[in-house]
Design a protein around this ligand. Structure first.
Ligand code: FES
Length: 174
């Protein structure tokens, strides 16, 4: 019997197929309109992604050119201690760390994984993120263990006499 879509074909089908008459070729047919819709949506997602990247880049550049702010005094920053300050906005907690007499370090306190506050462990030479056990090197701010994907942003400091100023944010990707 020829399989030419005639009534004979229909009668030759098993009983269950009559109860569930799915037209497979029609079901799998992708209309040109559907394909065009897919292309438009994919392109829109791509454009949105590029826009997001550009916006992030702009935010980083603006942070890098943040205003100068006085964040403390050397005489009030004991060796072996860390303190919190806010820079470049009141919503950006940062750490000022003095591990040795002539070493002053400053980083954003927001972990680069999911923004939990990192905790300095000066004796161990690390900054620790308690949320998912992330570790950063104290001297460089680089991510050394756990989920954080990149180093902590470094706060650029300037010392004038006894005064400590934050003068910029160094965002780093590696
Ligand atoms: S938020 Fe810091 S390791 Fe996840």
């Amino acid at each position: 019997m020829a399989n030419d879509g005639t009534r004979d074909d229909a009668e030759a089908q098993p009983e269950w197929r009559k109860d569930f008459p799915i037209d497979v070729p029609a079901d799998q047919y992708v209309a040109r309109r559907d394909f065009a819709k897919f292309l438009v949506l994919t392109s829109a997602a791509f454009v949105a992604g590029q826009g997001w990247i550009a916006a992030q880049d702009l935010v980083r550049k603006n942070r890098a050119t943040a205003a100068r702010a006085r964040i403390g005094l050397l005489s009030e920053t004991p060796i072996g201690t860390a303190s919190v300050f806010r820079y470049p906005t009141p919503h950006d907690p940062c750490l000022l760390i003095r591990p040795e007499k002539d070493v002053l370090l400053a980083y954003s306190q927001a972990c680069t994984h999911l923004s939990c506050a990192v905790v300095p462990k000066i004796e161990e030479g690390v900054l620790y993120c308690p949320c998912h056990a992330g570790y950063f090197d104290l001297k460089t701010g680089r991510n050394i263990a756990g989920p954080p994907p990149r180093p902590l942003p470094r706060i650029v400091l300037a010392i004038e006499g006894d005064e400590i100023f934050a003068v910029g944010v160094d965002e780093r990707t590696v």
